[in-house]
Design a protein around this ligand. Structure first.
Ligand code: HEC
Length: 105
């Protein structure tokens, strides 16, 4: 390959008008996880991809198995970077805050 195409590409890039800086203002985050003990386990991991409305609007009183499956799906299907040793604490919190709370399932 000669250097000419590379040089012309470089010149083209230099000559291209600078893209205007793009500013995006996101709407304020209004949904919040229920602030009960244990919320600190979920906070670092459950706000990053989507609003926590997805959590707070699930059917009430779902059993532990449901919330464990949700966290599992977030990790393994969607790639949520939740460390293994945080999973139990997050599921405990979700069951207490949004699930059937007393279930031993
Ligand atoms: C890596 C990104 C990511 C992270 C982090 C994440 N989620 Fe999700 N979540 C998703 C995607 C993608 C969907 C599906 C969105 C859709 O269908 O529109 C989803 C959907 C959901 C839903 C709706 C029901 C369902 O199964 O689709 C719930 C509940 C949920 N997430 C809970 C959580 C909880 C709890 C956490 C924290 C442990 C979490 N998410 C963290 C990506 C993520």
């Amino acid at each position: 390959m000669t250097k000419a195409p590379l040089l012309s590409l470089l010149l083209l890039l230099l000559a291209a008008p600078r893209a205007a800086a793009l500013t995006i203002t996101l709407p304020p985050e209004t949904a919040r996880l229920k602030q009960i003990p244990g919320v600190e386990a979920a906070t670092p991991y459950c706000y990053t991809c989507h609003s926590v409305d997805y959590i707070t609007t699930q059917a009430p009183n779902m059993p532990r198995s449901f919330w464990a499956a949700e966290v599992d799906k977030m990790r393994h299907t969607y790639g949520a970077p939740v460390p293994d040793d945080q999973v139990a604490a997050i599921v405990d919190y979700l069951v207490k805050a949004y699930g059937d709370g007393n279930s031993k399932r």
